[in-house]
Design a protein. Structure first.
Length: 271
């Protein structure tokens, strides 16, 4: 197995692993360590059916069922990511961390892209939330340290995707603004423009100003970012606990298709 970094701190291509076969313990440990070291792993030229995709996911955790899954009856753990000329939106077209509205947001996601746009485009940007935290000044780190934010599924699923909420509504949960990664013990900035509605206990204008400042930091700091250029049959596995991502919809009217599985975290995000 060979690891080829995409940037010095986030993202690496992993060569020499066939994900259609069960990973042995040694291979699993090497992939797991690479996942912790690089946060975003890209596996090229993989031929996977849905069962093999799910089996790779299960090696790392219990499979997550997306809150919007209700329209699909087969493979509830597989989220289809499909954009065509008729799409009114493309999933993930904005900086976000997956499903942080859940009480236990996914610890990671594995997106397997099989169709890339004719003419190019459709890359995904990943941002390093360890570095985003580390680049803040000490005063801001201290201020954010005790704060808790609300993450609301209605923001993307109703607000952007116009889906009808399930009975009782989409999940809404609170998480610390700064969390500690449960495996690396490093601190992470954990608010995202996809799901975070506000910071608790602050005046609305204060919360808005702080969130906008943090989102501007993420969107305007190129060194946070690794860009994954997809080719058909690429699987990318990202650590949802320490990254954000943004799917770029620059390929209209062409199509792009992939399927994602996500893995439920064992623990809630904690400071
Ligand atoms: C997502 O999981 O947010 C979609 C990412 C992508 O399509 O690149």
């Amino acid at each position: 197995m060979e690891i080829v970094p995409i940037t010095p701190h986030i993202g690496a291509e992993v060569q020499g692993v066939d994900l259609s076969l069960p990973l042995g313990n040694e291979e699993f440990s090497a992939v797991h360590q690479a996942f912790l070291d690089w946060s975003v792993l890209v596996f090229r030229d993989q031929e996977l059916d849905r069962e093999q995709h799910k089996a790779f996911g299960r090696r790392f955790g219990k499979l997550h069922v997306h809150p919007m899954y209700k329209e699909r009856i087969d493979h509830p753990e597989i989220l289809r990511v499909k954009t065509t000329a008729n799409s009114t939106y493309t999933a993930g077209d904005g900086w976000h961390t997956d499903v942080t509205c859940d009480e236990f947001p996914p610890m990671g996601s594995m997106l397997y892209i099989t169709e890339t746009p004719e003419g190019g485009g459709g890359d995904t940007l990943f941002a390093d939330m360890y570095l985003a935290y580390e680049l803040l000044s000490d005063g801001i780190k201290k201020m954010l340290g005790g704060l808790v934010a609300v993450h609301d599924g209605a923001i993307p699923y109703v607000g952007s995707y116009k889906s009808t909420p399930p009975e009782g509504g989409y999940p809404r949960n609170e998480h610390p603004v700064i969390v500690t990664h449960p495996e690396t013990n490093r601190k992470v900035l954990f608010v995202n423009s996809g799901f975070t509605s506000h910071i608790k206990g602050l005046k609305p204008f204060e919360s808005r100003a702080i969130l906008d400042m943090l989102y501007r930091h993420i969107a305007s700091t190129p060194k946070l970012i690794a860009r994954v250029q997809w080719k058909p049959n690429t699987l990318t596995f990202w650590d949802n606990r320490c990254t954000q991502h943004h799917a770029v919809w620059d390929y209209y009217p062409h199509s792009r298709y992939g399927e994602r599985v996500s893995l439920i975290a064992d623990s809630r995000p904690a400071a």
